[in-house]
Design a protein around this ligand. Structure first.
Ligand SMILES: Nc1ncnc2c1[nH]c(=O)n2[C@H]1C[C@H](O)[C@@H](COP(=O)(O)OP(=O)(O)OP(=O)(O)O)O1
Length: 162
């Protein structure tokens, strides 16, 4: 069976008080109630970058030119008790984009300072790698969740560069 292909995008900006990243409260579907990065499924015929541009606009109204996307890593999620949820996530970032973040059917967007990320309200794995990608590190990771599908049981990082 093919593993689901997802994308995530961390838009960043510099405010008067320092660097910030755009996250958002997921209103519906997988991960509802958590604060997440913008993103979603890579549809058939799309590249991960094309899916990222589409998902960012659908979820926040912000437009990103594909040439402005930076590859930040690839994270594989494994759910041993729910293998249908297994996914490979292509992670991108961009600091050039147009428009202002607005609420959509899926997400209530919010900018967070790099030094005050809402990690306890995010997927449990985010604390392990989001600060690293925001610090400029390319991350290749495989995350296995415990039986509760919420808690990280094991996280393996490899040194593979972009
Ligand atoms: N564990 C973990 N940490 C961080 N981020 C994520 C996960 N698991 C995840 O699925 N995600 C991210 C990856 C994706 O960006 C979204 C999930 O995509 P989803 O919202 O289900 O996909 P959409 O295409 O927007 O939804 P549909 O419209 O297809 O229902 O969360």
């Amino acid at each position: 069976m093919n593993v689901t292909s997802l994308c995530l995008c961390y838009l960043t900006r510099t405010s008067d008080t320092g660097p910030e990243v755009l996250l958002g409260l997921k209103k519906t579907g997988f991960g509802a109630g958590k604060i997440v990065g913008l993103g979603g499924h890579v549809e058939p015929g799309e590249s991960p970058a094309q899916a990222t541009v589409r998902e960012v606009e659908e979820e926040s109204g912000i437009r990103v030119d594909p040439t402005c996307l930076r590859e930040l890593g690839v994270v594989t999620f494994r759910f041993p008790t729910r293998p249908a949820w297994d996914a490979v996530v292509s992670v991108f970032g961009a600091d050039r984009f147009s428009g202002r973040a607005v609420e959509s059917d899926e997400i209530i967007p919010e900018w967070f300072p790099f030094d005050d990320l809402p990690l306890t309200k995010m997927w449990d794995d985010a604390r392990l790698w989001l600060p690293r990608v925001l610090a400029g590190e390319y991350v290749t990771a495989e995350i296995s969740f415990a039986a509760d599908c919420e808690t990280v049981a094991e996280a393996r990082f490899s040194e593979q560069a972009a």
